[in-house]
Design a protein around this ligand. Structure first.
Ligand code: G3I
Length: 327
């Protein structure tokens, strides 16, 4: 018989899945059996919840919360402040130019307060600020309208507003390329400075969009140790393991090769060994999907290309990767 993933890891960390309304409806049994945490893939982002200044659309978010409650699962909130999937009105004034700092901060506060208050007690952790650090170059923060209009302290403000709205929610800074040494050090210095300013931050989210060769286990270990040295919790927030190497641009595969599946299983085994080794720090592991039927990697970064990044195949059946993780 097939063991339940979340039960196997119950003494280590939560096991989560990112879902959209289609997956929530189509994969109920798989979700309930193997996962004890859910994240909205898109439905709790700014543009989904708050498309116009005086209009909120909570329907899909509420449905996800109701499903999670019904099945005793937790919910990770994603995401309050991001440069993507945020409507244009947020950054504009009445004449169509840029909003000023005071207006933008007031809008940020109103949004965070409304959303976090609505789900108070239902969401155990929020990705408060997502992907604010630059991938390359000397500057720590990437250019964005939040940064350009508000200034560096948009990050600290977001955490303060979230903490005021729900003092019990764990508040996370979340980013990708989190294990690349150059970016790791920028994330580390950002979070360190937030801690030094006594900003209410409780964790670092490692997105973990990984593949068959990168990042190396050494780099992942170093990232975990570095972030953990700040005395914060770590959540793996968007785990998936692409079966393509960087230079592989093939679009003709209708199923993964056995070599891909073996290598992926080996990688997953190493990742979960590492998470278990650091389970004092890593308290939640969320996949950015549930099974290979659907993933945001379908078509990214190569158009028309299918990917198979999870532990369950397109029919929801366990793959070799699943059995290696269980082992
Ligand atoms: O909402 C429109 C819909 O009206 C339209 O019919 C449809 C047609 O393509 O597009 C819909 O929007 C898409 C949206 O997902 C909802 O499905 C966007 O085009 C598409 O770009 C968007 O992609 C999402 C992406 O974030 C956008 O930034 C992915 O589903 C989602 O998996 C991805 O998630 C991000 C995390 O939030 C942050 N970290 C990286 C991760 C992967 O990119």
């Amino acid at each position: 018989s097939i063991p339940s993933l979340h039960e196997v890891f119950k003494d280590q960390f939560r096991i989560g899945a990112a879902v959209n309304p289609g997956i929530l409806a189509g994969e109920r049994d798989l979700l309930v059996k193997h996962f004890n945490s859910l994240t909205a893939e898109n439905e709790m982002k700014f543009e989904s919840l708050h498309p116009e200044e005086n209009r909120y659309t909570f329907q899909h978010g509420d449905q996800l919360i109701a499903f999670a409650k019904e099945h005793g699962m937790g919910v990770r909130g994603h995401t309050l402040v991001w440069h993507n999937q945020t409507p244009d009105w947020v950054f504009r004034n009445a004449s169509g130019g840029d909003a000023d700092r005071v207006t933008l901060l007031a809008r940020m506060k109103e949004h965070i307060n409304t959303v976090v208050t609505r789900y108070k007690g239902d969401i155990y952790a929020w990705d408060v600020v997502n992907e604010a650090v630059s991938d390359s170059g000397p500057e720590v923060l990437r250019s964005s309208r939040w940064l350009d209009i508000v200034g560096d302290d948009f990050i600290a403000k977001a955490f303060q507003y979230a903490h005021e709205a729900d003092p019990d929610a764990l508040l996370f800074y979340n980013d990708y390329n989190e294990s690349v040494p150059e970016k790791r050090e920028k994330i580390y210095s950002l979070v360190k400075s937030l801690k030094e300013q006594e900003v209410p931050i409780h964790g670092v989210g490692l997105q973990a969009h990984w593949n068959l060769e990168l990042p190396s286990i050494d780099h992942i270990r170093q990232a975990i140790e570095r972030y953990a040295s700040l005395g914060l919790q770590l959540h793996i927030t968007e785990l998936d393991v692409s079966v393509f190497l960087h230079e592989d641009r093939r679009t003709d595969l209708t199923e993964p090769t056995s070599e891909m599946m073996e290598k992926q299983a080996e990688r997953y085994e190493q990742f979960f060994s590492l998470f278990r080794e650091y389970s004092a720090n890593v308290t939640s592991v969320t996949f950015w999907g549930a099974c290979d039927r659907y993933t945001w990697l379908d078509g990214f970064p190569v158009r028309g290309r299918k990917n198979w990044p999870f532990l369950f195949d397109g029919q929801g059946q366990p793959k070799e990767s699943f059995w290696k993780v269980i082992k």
